[in-house]
Design a protein around this ligand. Structure first.
Ligand code: FAD
Length: 309
């Protein structure tokens, strides 16, 4: 399993495969399981369908690691237009994006300027903008960026990854600014000295961090969210929330489009909050490879599409 995961994560970074694989029609076919389509309207349509069953959404246009800063302006304009659309149609949709999609690896100031434009427009409409957490080379810089922006904007949230050894320290550090946090396990290929490898320990760390987050939210009222499809872990977090008298209606889970949809519905039925993260866009390759790496059995699903042609 670990070998397959590492291979798929290696593929996600490989420039040749990044050009070739998205052109294969059986891969495009298999992708539909995780993505309603490449266009914003595909994502909005899916979002309305989820909204009809009581699950609001978060939208993200795929793309990362820009090589040219001029592309960052296009990405910014795109998100501004999405926010306008959300407002026009009065939809309950939040936004999530990666800083490298706004040129973080090229210019931090330009990224700040662009992100702030998006956050400002969203703030007027009470829309939260979430910052995804990328590979560990960006962790500390992303936390610093978040803390700086949090002085200006209240409507921003940040993702933290439980596989990182630094996650407890990072959380403590962030608690100083009453953050909104979405905790995930972590999806990147990280070295041994930076990240836990063993699933049991990643899960254990996730639960420890969850406790701290719930306590902080009880104290300061900030929004703490659990981004996971791990049903055992979700049960453990619910138990912890009960012990801490954390209101059931405030306990919030985020999951990805196409994964554990029945569990999403069940959580809503039980009175918890759920949001579904819907991805769209043409630059889906590295993101899709990370989804395959999370569950290598997904590769069989892709191959079935090859043989069903
Ligand atoms: C809302 C949200 C936002 C995220 N944002 C980030 C981010 O910013 N940075 C980051 O590094 N990671 C992010 N991730 C990904 C995350 O780090 C994990 O890689 C991913 O969620 C899988 O972990 P899990 O918690 O679901 O637990 P796992 O133990 O991996 O999975 C639990 C169960 O869920 C199902 N499952 C999980 N993944 C898949 C899949 N791909 N296909 C089919 N079934 C699956 C399987 O049944 C599996 O047994 C995000 C995840 C979510 C839900």
């Amino acid at each position: 399993m670990a070998v397959m995961r590492n291979f798929l994560l290696w593929c996600s970074d490989n420039p040749t495969l990044r050009n070739k694989i998205p052109q294969l029609s059986f891969v495009q076919q298999a992708l539909k399981r995780f993505m309603p389509g490449e266009e914003i309207n595909d994502a909005i349509t899916a979002s309305k369908e989820f909204s009809d069953i009581g699950i609001p959404s978060i939208l993200t246009r795929l793309g990362e690691d820009l090589k040219n800063l001029s592309e960052a302006d296009e990405v910014t304009d795109h998100y501004l237009s999405v926010i306008d659309k959300i407002a026009e149609e009065n939809l309950d949709i939040e936004i999530s994006l990666k800083l490298t999609q706004l040129g973080f690896s090229l210019s931090e100031e330009k990224t700040f300027e662009n992100f702030d434009k998006i956050a400002e427009r969203a703030e007027k409409l009470n829309i939260i903008v979430w910052i995804d957490m990328e590979g560990s080379q960006y962790t500390q810089r992303t936390i610093n960026f978040y803390k700086r922006l949090k002085q200006k904007r209240s409507n921003i949230g940040l993702c933290l990854q439980s596989y990182l050894f630094s996650s407890h320290q990072d959380l403590n550090d962030l608690l100083e600014v009453t953050p909104n946090i979405r905790l995930v396990k972590g999806a990147y290929k990280e070295p041994h000295d930076i990240a836990l490898r063993d699933k049991f320990r990643v899960d254990e760390n996730y639960l420890d961090l969850s406790k701290k987050m719930l306590e902080a939210s009880n104290k300061d009222g900030n929004r703490m969210v659990f981004g996971t499809h791990d049903l055992k872990l979700i049960e453990a977090i619910k138990k912890e929330a009960d012990i801490l008298n954390y209101p059931q209606g405030k306990l919030e889970f985020h999951m990805l489009y196409g994964i554990k949809t029945n569990a999403q519905k069940q959580l809503v039925k039980n009175g918890n909050k759920v949001r579904v993260l819907i991805s769209y866009g043409k630059l889906w390759y590295p993101w899709y490879m990370r989804r395959l790496a999370e569950r290598p059995a997904n590769v069989i699903f892709v191959l079935k599409n090859l043989f069903s042609k």
